[in-house]
Ligand binder design. Structure first.
Ligand SMILES: C[S@@+](CC[C@H](N)C(=O)[O-])C[C@H]1O[C@@H](n2cnc3c(N)ncnc32)[C@H](O)[C@@H]1O
Length: 422
């Protein structure tokens, strides 16, 4: 059988496939199952003392077990039918108020007909959506067309958790159709921020942020930014980065001296968190983002200065103790990052100002799945990347900065890259 791409093009190698189709209906790796079950039992024992790391390790083993047991055909159906269908049901549940209603009703069996009537939804439609979500384990089937909510569906009532279902899925055609973009661009690693798989999929010149604002999911994206970080150690935690010694002790103490400037800081979740850790700090905390995002702030301490600023233009705040960027540079390829860093380094005071970059440093091996997943978002939506240590050194060195130290927050958590003018 010739290996074919779509549109009649040959696949990358144009080779001949020698795989027998019976492979698709046998478990992926049944021989691994007994060993994995043993490791899972050991992992369960470690849960009591091993904390979140032990839970993560067990989660990966459980996923390995599922992959070993599944046949390739089942994996394919899961990807192509089940998970996309679940996204439809889950997001419709958010948008219609289903999860909010079920959470309000409480942890008890709930009839679809009664839920549909309260939500003014077609019962047949709701039965179908909930049947799939029940079959997938997201809700618990308690009888015919009757379900109980779960911790998961209850959490889908929280905007910082449900925001991603609107915002990230609204842009997901860039991910799903990446192969078409990659084929058209001769299978090259994309580095042009003005020509992305996302642009091609939506036939738009707008970048990801502009597009989400235009289609009405800007606030949901801001919420998502507030949500994905939950449950992770923030960089200002004393066990992560010594804020007192490295930032506060030598900072200017005048009330209006700029202390910490969060560039591309969204609606201010990082500075709000900083204020919780350090309610008493020298100078001012300053939040910068595009006007549309600053206008979407609903709940932020009035002591945090809100500033509309395009980071490609002159940095208006000069000589701050620290400039901070969280998940900003990863959105852009090196050529654009250099344009973002140039006005910033021009505003830094030599020997005083620091640049703190809160981003992933991808290890050479054993990258964490959330980090590689984010790299796929960067690849397909932005033609940018999560960076390795070498990538960071090249980018920052080119921009006149040197890395003083990389502070690690643990597996899968963004590091704090502490930089100074070179
Ligand atoms: C991935 S989000 C990160 C937000 C925030 N730092 C966080 O970690 O939650 C990137 C942010 O960059 C902002 N942004 C995009 N283009 C910008 C520009 N030209 N100037 C300033 N901010 C910009 C977006 O509005 C968005 O809030």
């Amino acid at each position: 059988m010739a290996l074919k791409g779509t549109n009649g093009t040959n696949g990358a190698n144009g080779g001949v496939v020698v795989v027998d189709k019976s492979v698709a209906t046998n478990p992926n790796n049944i021989d691994a199952v007994p060993g994995l079950v043993k490791q899972i039992n050991a992992g369960v024992d470690a849960l009591g003392t091993g904390g979140d790391e032990a839970r993560h390790a067990l989660l990966v083993k459980a996923r390995n077990l599922m992959q070993a047991l599944e046949t390739p055909r089942e994996t394919m159906i899961k990807h192509c039918w089940a998970q996309t269908g679940a996204m439809a049901g889950l997001t419709t549940g958010v948008d219609s108020g289903l999860w909010a209603l079920m959470a309000k009703n409480g942890d008890k069996p709930q009839k679809v007909s009664e839920l549909a009537s309260a939500l003014k939804m077609d019962t047949v439609l709701l039965c179908r959506l909930m049947r799939h979500l029940g079959a997938m384990g997201y809700i618990i089937e308690t009888g015919e067309d009757e379900y109980k909510p779960t911790n998961f569906t209850n959490s889908l009532t929280i905007p910082i958790i449900n925001g991603g279902y609107y915002a990230m899925l609204a842009a997901s055609a860039g991910v799903i159709s990446f192969h078409e973009f990659a084929r058209k661009t001769d299978w090259q690693n994309p580095t042009d921020a003005g020509r992305t798989s996302f642009n091609q999929a939506y036939n738009t010149d707008k970048n990801f942020f502009e597009y989400l604002q235009a289609v009405g999911y800007g606030t949901q994206f801001n919420d998502h930014m507030g949500g994905y970080r939950q449950g992770r150690l923030p960089w200002m935690h004393p066990s992560f980065y010594p804020v007192q010694e490295n930032l506060i002790d030598c900072a200017e103490t005048a009330a209006d001296a700029p202390f910490l400037v969060d560039i591309g800081g969204s609606v201010g979740h990082d500075l709000a968190e900083f204020q919780c850790f350090f309610p008493v700090h020298p100078g001012k905390l300053i939040l910068q983002d595009l006007p549309v995002v600053i206008g979407q702030i609903t709940d932020l301490d009035s002591r945090i200065v809100r500033m509309e600023h395009d980071f490609l233009t002159e940095q208006p705040v000069k000589g701050a103790r620290a400039y901070y960027m969280h998940s900003v540079l990863h959105d852009w390829p090196d050529s654009l990052c250099q344009k973002i860093l140039a006005p910033l380094t021009a505003a830094m005071r030599p020997g005083y100002s620091k640049l703190l970059i809160n981003e992933n440093v991808i290890p050479r091996t054993g990258a964490y799945w959330e980090t590689t997943a984010l790299d796929m978002i960067m690849l397909t939506e932005f033609s940018s990347r999560e960076r390795t240590l070498d990538d960071w050194q090249n980018l920052l060195g080119f921009s006149g900065l040197r890395i003083a130290k990389i502070w690690s927050g643990g597996k899968g958590v963004e590091s704090l890259i502490e930089c100074e003018l070179a």
